[in-house]
Design a protein around this ligand. Structure first.
Ligand code: EPZ
Length: 418
């Protein structure tokens, strides 16, 4: 892989920012919005709530003046479990909400107890019955102090969205510190909110009466950037990524350097040059930001299958985020999983295989393995990859890779991508 590409806008920024538009009466314009299916699902929910939504390329306009609903239908909740991040915005806007319980997903149970405990502290009554959860603020929302037992990204975002227009001050201790949370806060502050401390672990929100519409550009996607860096490392290539924020990728850079890659950084771009032979990584432990991101675990595991020596990965965030292992073994990789730990013995080369994606980042890891393998690999079920990567096959082709996206007819007369 050789060449240069610009990195798409961040999936994990755009989703909570689009949810936040529910709080804003008027027409909000968001630019650098990636064209991914999770955004499609989010726009469907906004339209269901009564927002007027238009999209031109990477620009989305949302007018939430006439929001007239507070429920998220089950089919939309199932389509994207992170729809739970609408909770805070809908309650902040309407004082109530009705969600179907977001099922688990391919990487774990993904409970929402931290979200519910926090929302309840704002004086919101929560009623769980069968597959529905009903929320109702029994009085005007008032700021509270919340200590998260785990720095949950989604719970931190939901608390911020609930607290923005609540009366008084909300303090979140042990808040998640991911850059996407700072991006959400920057967006909301540009709309007139008063949020401080994001990225430091304690976030303070002074409630304001109302928020006004703005035009806002979301940050680049740090996980997509690191994914393409891993692809270059695995194919002994060199890639220059523009439109990145290098500090957001800092947690992953030492891993690429330990593998023998050369990384050079300039203000808005990062270049990775792969070594002739990758070296193994002693131990990678996924942690909340600024630790090593769990969303890069699968892609780095794919890289370590080709690293000379033994690498160890410990997945501390999700309890079943190793579904890509069985598929990587089909390429001839040598991986042993014991609970949260994976031990990878590097092999000289991978052999092309027919594999099936079962989640977003695991699917991306299979594409990376296919790029490095000898022969032609087929990855099925790439609908998972389309959730978070804008035009992955087009980007990789522009970087000299031999890859194409195929649309096939399914037995029931539908279409599927592979
Ligand atoms: C966000 O998910 C991201 N998604 C995930 O990215 C990312 O992997 C995750 O944060 C961790 O960084 C979006 O931003 C849309 P969490 P979220 O709440 O908010 C447990 C990707 O590939 N937990 O920080 O759901 C949970 O089960 C996706 O882009 C509770 O127990 O993550 C998990 O084990 C995948 N109770 C851990 O905390 C709760 O109430 C981290 O979850 C909430 C979470």
């Amino acid at each position: 892989m050789y060449g240069e590409t610009s990195v798409q806008g961040s999936k994990n920024s755009i989703l909570p920012i689009l949810a936040a538009t529910v709080l804003i009466r008027g027409q909000t314009v968001i630019t650098n919005c990636p064209r991914i299916t999770d955004v499609d699902a989010t726009l469907k929910i906004l339209r269901h709530l009564g927002c007027v939504v238009t999209r031109e390329g990477n620009t989305v306009t949302v007018d939430s003046t006439d929001v007239n609903k507070y429920d998220i239908p089950e089919d939309l909740m199932r389509e994207m479990r992170s729809s739970v991040m609408f909770l805070g915005a809908i309650i902040g806007r309407t004082g109530k909400a009705s969600l179907s319980t977001p099922g688990g997903c391919e990487i774990g149970l993904r409970p929402i107890d931290l979200h519910l405990d926090a929302i309840q502290r704002f004086g919101v009554n929560i009623r769980e019955e069968f597959a529905k959860i009903e929320f109702e603020a029994m009085k005007p929302l008032e700021g509270v102090n919340i200590a998260l037992s785990f720095p949950s990204v989604g719970a931190t975002e939901n608390i911020i969205l609930t607290a923005c227009t609540a009366k008084g001050t909300t303090v979140i201790t042990n808040a998640a510190r991911e850059p996407e949370i700072s991006d959400l806060a920057d967006f909301l502050n540009s709309c007139g909110a008063r949020i401080s401390g994001t990225g430091e672990g304690t976030v303070v929100i002074e409630g304001v009466k109302e928020l006004h519409p703005v035009q806002y550009r979301v940050i680049p996607d740090r996980i997509v950037a690191a994914t393409y860096m891993a692809a270059a490392a695995m194919t002994h290539g060199k890639v220059r990524l523009t439109n990145v924020i290098p500090s957001h990728i800092a947690p992953v850079i030492p891993v690429f350097e330990e593998a023998g890659c050369d990384i050079s950084i300039s203000q808005g771009s990062i270049t990775l040059t792969a070594p002739p032979c990758l070296r193994s990584i002693k131990t990678i432990r996924t942690m909340p930001y600024p630790g090593f991101p769990t969303d890069m675990q699968a892609q780095i595991m794919a890289m370590t299958t080709l690293c000379h020596g033994t690498s160890v990965i410990i997945e501390t965030i999700f309890e079943s985020r190793y579904k890509h292992v069985s598929e990587l073994l089909r390429f001839g990789a040598k991986i042993r999983v014991d609970g949260r730990m994976a031990v990878i013995e590097g092999v000289g080369s991978l052999t092309a295989a027919k594999v099936i994606a079962s989640d977003l980042r695991g699917g991306a890891a299979l594409v990376l393995a296919g790029l490095a393998a000898q022969g032609t690999t087929t990855v099925e079920n790439i609908k998972y990859i389309l959730r978070g990567y804008e035009n992955m096959s087009g980007v990789l082709t522009s970087l000299g890779c031999d890859i194409m996206k195929e649309e096939r007819n399914t037995a029931d007369g539908g279409k599927e991508n592979s």
